[in-house]
Ligand binder design. Structure first.
Ligand SMILES: Nc1ncnc2c1ncn2[C@@H]1O[C@H](COP(=O)(O)OP(=O)(O)OP(=O)(O)O)[C@@H](O)[C@H]1O
Ligand SMILES: [Mg+2]
Length: 466
């Protein structure tokens, strides 16, 4: 097989953070090449170098595509050669139709006027190719994430694609949608299109990949030819985390105490469809020192349950009883929930959890302004006292940097950090509601469930009283 892509000796740093160190990465024509590694290993950065998001001159090393060295100035240059990237965060415009989204950057036109008939017809063809039956004029906002992901792929196909890069495409998809997407990749391979698949889900990587490359701390540490040798998950995880599997998670030494949080017969109706009972009489208890997981399929009501508990932030006609430390409380508003010692880490951190234009410092202290202000004026020293402490990745970030400028893994860590800061100031954190999908793509190794268990354990110290 011939190589369609060779990246040689690629290094890239961001003011003090060495994201890639002398990475070599080769993709053969028509191959599905999986790129795996822990959060922050450098996967997305490597793909941004490849696709021209970071232009030539912004990194060291070389890119050889189709036998020639390439010096991309921007994404248009790489797209012209058929290198199409679908980023970790989808880039569709919700209030535009599927057709408008697909042809936004390259609308077919006649005499300078957009040719709507062609747009419609071509969109229909592309949707059929990715297995969607929606009408081209359906608004993107009316589609679920799985279908939006397929629209992104249809958009890629609307350009001449030779190498398709998917950065964690299945992170927020359910099993059926993930399987449909992987089937698409296999179909593309049959048509000779090469793909690079970034994923934390090793089972799906094993299912479709021809080769798996492992990145760790910005270096290539392993590369497995799946056709020549068996894919051993243990080997991949060991390469990813650089430690023995026996130590995959930190030792657990929990001392389980009395009940700190109990909920009885919790019932919540939908805020718009007021007759629809979304949560139907749930009972729930957390004991001191415990990490309690709430499992369920998409749509089972996990988020709605957590949000409705957090000061009735979601839902209508809410009933049920709540006890904190054995005393019945009425958490009738978010302020009351915060006051009672509850913290909530949102599922959709960018929409609900962060103010993207505000800096890291403001985002972290926002929910505890009363604690960092003196006579109505924010006390910078008190802010710093609140912020000092854990999370090395955040410590490296200048406090003035906007949350929006941060890489995903680190903007994710601001919200728990804020919850922590808030209670650190008042010396107590009682209960942290941590929404699973806020850990999108995080992993402690292995598949998603294992990953979430890993994350939950990582939060243990936050759940104990200080
Ligand atoms: N724009 C940026 N500014 C500063 N540092 C960055 C930036 N983008 C990435 N980094 C840092 O570079 C390293 C690699 O990040 P990258 O996003 O490539 O990791 P990743 O493997 O894609 O992780 P994940 O699985 O969380 O998506 C991390 O330490 C990250 O914090
Ligand atoms: Mg990434």
């Amino acid at each position: 097989m011939t190589a369609i892509l060779e990246m040689r000796g690629v290094s890239k740093s961001f003011s003090g953070v060495q994201a890639l160190r002398d990475v070599n990465f080769t993709v053969e024509a028509g191959q599905i090449h999986a790129l795996v590694g822990e959060n922050g290993a450098g996967k997305s950065t490597l793909m941004k170098v490849l696709s021209g998001v970071y232009p030539h001159g912004d990194y060291e090393g070389s890119i050889i595509f189709d036998g020639e060295e390439r010096r991309f100035r921007d994404v248009n240059d790489s797209e012209a050669l058929g290198i199409i990237i679908i980023h970790q965060e989808l880039a569709l415009i919700p209030l535009m139709s599927i057709a408008e989204n697909i042809f936004l950057s390259h609308p077919p036109s006649r005499l300078g006027v957009i040719d709507r008939d062609t747009v419609y017809r071509r969109t229909q063809e592309l949707l059929a190719q990715v297995g969607l039956t929606e009408m081209p004029d359906t608004l993107v906002t009316d589609l679920g994430v799985g279908k939006q992901q397929l629209v992104e792929i249809a958009k890629a196909l609307s350009k001449r694609v030779r190498l398709l890069i998917l950065d964690e495409p299945t992170a927020s998809l359910n099993e059926n949608d993930s399987a449909a997407l992987l089937d698409r990749l296999l179909a593309f391979r049959a048509q000779g299109i090469a793909s690079i698949l970034i994923s934390h889900k090793l089972s799906e990587v094993a299912r479709v990949a021809d080769r798996i490359t492992v990145l760790r701390d910005g270096r290539t540490v392993d590369s497995i030819d799946c056709r020549a040798e068996p894919v051993e998950e243990d080997r991949i995880i060991r390469s990813m985390v650089n430690r023995d599997l026996a130590h995959r998670f930190p030792q657990r030494a929990a001392t389980i105490g009395a009940s700190v949080f109990a909920v009885q017969d919790w019932t919540v109706h939908h805020p718009l469809h007021r007759d629809r009972r979304v949560i139907k009489g749930v009972d729930f208890e957390v004991r001191r020192g415990e990490v309690v997981g709430i499992a369920g399929l998409m749509g089972a009501g996990r988020t709605e349950f957590a949000m409705s508990l957090f000061g009735r932030a979601w839902g209508d006609r809410i009933s049920g009883r709540v006890w904190l430390d054995g005393r019945e409380v009425n958490l009738s508003s978010v302020a009351a929930a915060i006051g009672a010692g509850l913290a909530y880490v949102t599922e959709d951190r960018k929409q609900l959890g962060l103010i993207l234009d505000a800096d890291v410092r403001k985002n972290i202290t926002l929910a505890s302004l009363g604690r960092v202000a003196r006579q109505g004026v924010i006390d910078a020293d008190q802010v710093l006292r609140c912020l000092s402490g854990d999370r090395p990745a955040l410590r490296r970030q200048p406090a003035e940097g906007g949350a929006v400028e941060m890489a995903d893994d680190r903007s994710e860590s601001i919200i728990p950090r804020r919850a922590y800061a808030r209670h650190r100031c008042r010396g107590k954190i009682r209960n942290l509601l941590y929404n699973q999908r806020a850990c999108r793509g995080r992993q402690g190794g292995g598949d998603d469930l294992v990953g979430n268990a890993g994350t939950a354990r990582g939060l243990r110290p936050h759940l104990r009283d200080e």
